[in-house]
Each structure stands twice: as C-alpha cells, then as structure tokens.
Write a protein that binds this ligand. Structure first.
Ligand SMILES: NC(=O)c1ccc[n+]([C@@H]2O[C@H](COP(=O)([O-])OP(=O)(O)OC[C@H]3O[C@@H](n4cnc5c(N)ncnc54)[C@H](OP(=O)(O)O)[C@@H]3O)[C@@H](O)[C@H]2O)c1
Length: 234
C-alpha cells in the first residue's frame, strides 16, 4: 500500500498556504488522522500565489530528515513554478497531479491543435506541462479520470456521450473489460506513463478500474476514443 496525502488547501480559510509552518502542521495532522508514522508521498496542492520556495525547501528538509515523508510532489503546478521550486528544494519532485480524462483533454490538446485559430483547444494553458513532466521524470497523476466538466458526473453510461460510450463498449468487448476500464486504459496508454486517481467509494467500480491495467490499447483505439469524445483531427 502507498499512502499519499496533500497539503496547502484550506477551503475553510479560503486560501492556499505553502508556508513552512502550514506544511509541517498539515503532515502531522495527516499522520495522526491516518494513525501512521510516515507518508510515502506528500503533494503540495494547487499553488499558493504567495509561495516562497525557500520555505517549502525548509519544510521538505525537516520532513525528509525526520522520516515523516519519503517522496514529494505537487498538484496543478506549472513548469515555471516547478522550476522555481526545484531551484531550492533538494528532494526530487516525482509527481504532478493534474486534471485529465477522456472529456477533459486540455492537457494534451495543444500538442495537436497548436496554432489553429478555429479552436480554443489550440490555446496553451499550461506552458507545455506534459512535455515538461516527461523531460523531468515527473509522473502525472490524472485526477477526475472519469468525470466530465468540473465534477459534473461520470461520462461512462451517461446519455450525453453516446458516441464515446459506443466506442468504450466495443473496445471493452474486445478486451473483456468494462467501459470504465477502457476509459482508464486510455489514460494509461499515454506514453507519459500517467497514473489515474480513482475517487470511487464503490468496490465494484474499483475492480472495474483496476482491470484497466490488463488492457494495452492500440494506437488506433486510442485515437478512436479521443475523437469519440468530441474532438476532431485538425
Ligand atoms: N489535485 C486536485 O486538484 C484534485 C481535484 C479533484 C480530485 N482530486 C483527487 O482525485 C480523486 C479522484 O477524483 P474524482 O473523485 O473526481 O474522480 P473520478 O474517479 O473520475 O470520479 C469518481 C466519482 O464518479 C462516480 N462514478 C460513477 N460511475 C462510476 C463508475 N462506473 N466507475 C467509477 N466511478 C463512478 C463515483 O461514484 P461511486 O463512488 O458511486 O463509484 C464517484 O462519485 C479524488 O478523490 C481526489 O483525491 C484531486
């Protein structure tokens, strides 16, 4: 089992906080809630606009030295912010958790549409984050891997996605897995070797998701699903 937690997000205070004190306090409280001595991975959640990389570095040094955290990473962080962090933080940043699903493909769309003025998908919203992560050995973890919009619901078996569900079903039949497994396999097929973070609380859904690891989609199947989710070839 790998225990991963995050810090920096404070909905109650309406702010993000990457200060040294807040990082240290958050880890202690995670450890106490989980009744454990260490986290395998700690991620800094969405960036604190006032973050000072020196403070993050001090906190990470303390957490690494005390053995409370074994590996470090980030979530929703741009290449520029990563470079700034890496200038001060000694430990490797091994993960960047980012929104990515068959419906929410903005992470990769720019790579295909680039300077195409006919679609918003050409807009570079993250300064080449996928390529930056690949070049720097940072594993992308896809959050909301089955959701459409911003937490609007699961697209699997949703009536608003007939073409996508037809493709998921047909490909699922070939591999003898569920549509859910194919949707996750689509994420795992990307050569960045992404991971998918499942949010389900349902054991049967979790089994479906795990079956994705048995599926290695072909190049053509991957494109079929991308196009069936509403994209076009430029
Ligand atoms: N870093 C960030 O900014 C960020 C943002 C959002 C989330 N996250 C992380 O990512 C995790 C996953 O996000 P998420 O919960 O939005 O992801 P998700 O796995 O795409 O969605 C899970 C939701 O879909 C439902 N669902 C409906 N049909 C399903 C099916 N066939 N298979 C599986 N699930 C189905 C689940 O309900 P059931 O429980 O009934 O299956 C659950 O409510 C979160 O737990 C969180 O740790 C990170």
């Amino acid at each position: 089992m790998i225990l991963q937690s995050k810090c920096g997000l404070h909905f109650d205070r309406h702010e993000f906080d990457w200060s040294k004190e807040d990082i240290l306090e958050s880890v202690d409280s995670s450890l106490s809630r989980l009744k454990t001595d260490y986290l395998d991975v700690l991620l800094l959640h969405r960036p604190d606009l006032l973050f000072e990389p020196e403070q993050v570095a001090e906190a990470f040094d303390r957490l690494a030295a005390s053995g409370k955290v074994r590996h470090f990473g980030v979530s929703n962080v741009t290449p520029g912010q990563l470079m700034l962090l890496k200038k001060f933080v000694k430990q490797p940043l091994v993960i960047n958790q980012l929104q990515f699903s068959l419906d929410q493909t903005q992470l990769i769309d720019t790579g295909l549409y680039l300077n195409n003025l006919t679609t918003e998908r050409s807009c570079d919203r993250d300064n080449g984050l996928v390529d930056y992560c690949r070049l720097n050995d940072i594993t992308i973890q896809a959050w909301s891997p089955l959701q459409f919009g911003m937490f609007k619901g699961c697209f699997v078996d949703h009536p608003d996605f007939p073409e996508l569900n037809l493709a998921l079903g047909e490909i699922g039949e070939k591999y003898a897995v569920s549509k859910t497994a194919v949707a996750i396999a689509w994420i795992l097929r990307h050569p960045a070797h992404m991971q998918a973070i499942a949010g389900t609380m349902n054991p049967d859904h979790l089994k479906d998701i795990c079956a994705a690891s048995k599926v290695d989609l072909t190049h053509r199947e991957w494109y079929r699903l991308y196009l069936a989710s509403g994209k076009f070839l430029p």
